[in-house]
Design a protein. Structure first.
Length: 209
C-alpha cells in the first residue's frame, strides 16, 4: 500500500465500525484534528500491502464455526503470499506457532504490542522465516519493514491477516488507530517519515481487558 492519505482513508472508511459499536464497546473521542497528540499517529503504516477487504471486526462476533466469541483484532483479507508490513518500529517480543494464531509475531513498540496472525512461512528454532524474512525474539524491526506474508495458518478459513493490538496489556480496536492515522495525515501531510519514529501516542479510546 502507498503511504498517502487517500489510500489509508479509503481502507479506514471501509471498516465495519457499526458492527464494533454494536458490541457495546465504548469509544472515546479521538483528539481534535491537528493536535500535537494526534499528529504522532501519522508515522504508522497500514500493515497489508494488497488489501482486499475487512472480513471481521474487533469485538463480539459469530466465529467461523458458529460460536459467539470475542474477537481481539481486525481481520484483513489479502491475496495468499502478499506482503505484510510492520505498523510501527519496535522489537520482536515473541514468535508464535500454535493452533489458533498459527504462525505469528508479537512486536512491541513502547507500551504497545501489535500482533500478526495466520502468516505463511515456517517457524523453526524460535525463528520465523518467510522468503527473505527471518525474525526472532529480541530482533529490532523498522516502521514499514517487511515482516511476513499473508497465509492461512492456524484457525483460519481463508488468506488474511489477523491484526491485534494491546496497550499496557489492554486490548484495543485497531480500527480506531487507523482512524487516528487518517486524521493525522489529513491534518499534516501524507508521507511517512524515513527516520525512526518515537513510540506511538497514548490511546484516547476505551480498552478491554
Amino acid at each position: 500500500m502507498r503511504s498517502g492519505c487517500s489510500d489509508l482513508q479509503r481502507h479506514a472508511g471501509r471498516l465495519l465500525v457499526v458492527g464494533a459499536l454494536a458490541t457495546g464497546l465504548a469509544w472515546a473521542a479521538l483528539p481534535a484534528a491537528g493536535s500535537r497528540r494526534e499528529s504522532g499517529w501519522r508515522q504508522g503504516v497500514f500493515p497489508v500491502v494488497s488489501f482486499v477487504a475487512y472480513t471481521s471486526h474487533f469485538g463480539t462476533r459469530s466465529g467461523p464455526w458458529g460460536r459467539v466469541e470475542p474477537h481481539y483484532g481486525l481481520d484483513i483479507a489479502a491475496p495468499m503470499g502478499s506482503p505484510i508490513r510492520n505498523w510501527w518500529g519496535g522489537t520482536v517480543q515473541s514468535v508464535i506457532n500454535d493452533s489458533t494464531c498459527g504462525l505469528g509475531l508479537v512486536i512491541r513498540s513502547g507500551d504497545y504490542e501489535h500482533i500478526y496472525c495466520h502468516l505463511s512461512g515456517r517457524v523453526s528454532a524460535g525463528t520465523y522465516r518467510s522468503g527473505p524474512v527471518q525474525l526472532r525474539q529480541g530482533q529490532p524491526v523498522r516502521t514499514g519493514e517487511l515482516i511476513g506474508h499473508i497465509g492461512v495458518s492456524g484457525r483460519s478459513t481463508g488468506p488474511h491477516l489477523h491484526w491485534g493490538m494491546r496497550h499496557r496489556g489492554a486490548w484495543m480496536d485497531p480500527a480506531v488507530v487507523l482512524r487516528a492515522m487518517v486524521r493525522a495525515r489529513q491534518s499534516g501531510g501524507g508521507a511517512v517519515r524515513s527516520v525512526a519514529p518515537s513510540v506511538p501516542p497514548a490511546p484516547s479510546v476505551a480498552q478491554s481487558r
